[in-house]
Design a protein around this ligand. Structure first.
Ligand code: NAI
Ligand SMILES: O=C(O)C1=N[C@H](C(=O)O)C[C@H](O)C1
Length: 267
């Protein structure tokens, strides 16, 4: 996808002042291509640029994008967001790899650009958003909690962003309730057999051909187990969340972490 191709997208589409002008970063990828298609099909949105790794971010400015969707790689996503924010472009970010420090740096950046909104959502599917919420709600009632995430083997990061966010929410809920980590969770694990430790919660990552995106939160107490499982069988499962994010981010200045704040979950 060259700069010329991205510009062609701009001129080829009929322009309408009432439509939101949207660009996609990572447009050749699994998620970026699906997101571009979702934008093309959505009422009130106009796809004005599709960029991949060889394209200059200046294309976003040339295309006069109002919102950029980022499905790229963890190593570049913060840089992309900084460029967009500094040019007054709202961001909807699905790329993983956002740690506490990167989120804080983005909050500080947005404080200097008060009209701009950034949504960073570890998972755009409604089922996954609910599974994260339910896991946090259940966490304090059980002695043990562990997370197993299962994905396609082309995924570049582990544990998944969704699992890391779930662990953070579970850890936070247990601390707030005065419940400590699961028994043995924080013990030494020299061979790594007990998985990664994220916010005092053990997270296990499976990579298997044929899978898309799946996660189980396992909660156990004496004589019982609760399993909260979510499966994305197709990347279309993320698209209504992405489109909702694009429509909402323009009226939510500052940093929003997770899609929850844009949804009336009633929980
Ligand atoms: N939040 C959510 O609901 C979801 C998030 N993801 C995350 O989205 C990210 C992308 O996932 P996939 O689409 O499966 O990966 P992918 O590898 O299929 O696509 C990534 C694309 O980004 C491009 N790219 C790399 N550097 C770039 C740059 N500097 N500028 C523009 N494009 C660049 C690559 O060439 C590639 O086309 C991952 O972090 C993944 O975990 C994936 C699915 C759902
Ligand atoms: O890479 C993926 O595929 C996915 N990435 C996100 C994550 O890391 O949580 C969301 C979903 O699990 C699919």
């Amino acid at each position: 996808m060259t700069e010329r191709t991205a510009t062609e997208t701009t001129t080829a589409a009929a322009t309408s002042a009432s439509e939101l002008r949207v660009a996609v970063l990572g447009a050749r990828g699994r998620m970026g291509s699906e997101a571009a298609q979702a934008v093309r099909r959505a009422d009130g949105l106009q796809l004005v640029a599709e960029l991949d790794h060889e394209d200059s971010l200046e294309v976003l400015v040339a295309a006069d994008a109002q919102v950029v969707i980022d499905f790229t790689v963890p190593s570049v996503t913060e840089h992309n967001v900084r460029f967009a924010v500094e040019h007054g472009i709202h961001c909807v970010v699905g790329t993983t790899g956002w740690d506490h420090e990167a989120l804080d740096r983005t909050r500080a950046l947005l404080a200097r650009h008060p009209g701009v909104g950034v949504l960073i959502a570890p998972n755009f599917s409604i089922g996954a958003v609910l599974a994260m919420r339910f896991s946090a709600q259940a966490a304090r009632f059980f002695e043990s909690v562990e997370i197993v995430e299962l994905h396609h083997p082309d995924k570049v990061d582990a544990p998944s962003g969704t699992a890391a966010r779930t662990a953070a929410l579970v850890g936070e809920a247990r601390r707030a309730a005065g419940v400590g980590p699961s028994p043995d969770a924080t013990e030494q694990d020299p061979d790594g057999a007990r998985g990664a430790l994220v916010d005092d919660v053990r997270v296990h990552s499976v990579r298997l051909r044929g899978l898309v995106a799946h996660q189980e939160t396992l909660l156990g107490s004496l004589g019982e187990q609760l399993t909260i499982r979510h499966d994305s069988f197709d990347r279309v499962s993320f698209m209504s969340g992405v489109v909702l994010g694009v429509r909402q981010v323009v009226s939510h200045p500052g940093l929003t972490h997770g899609l929850d704040d844009y949804l009336d979950l009633g929980l």
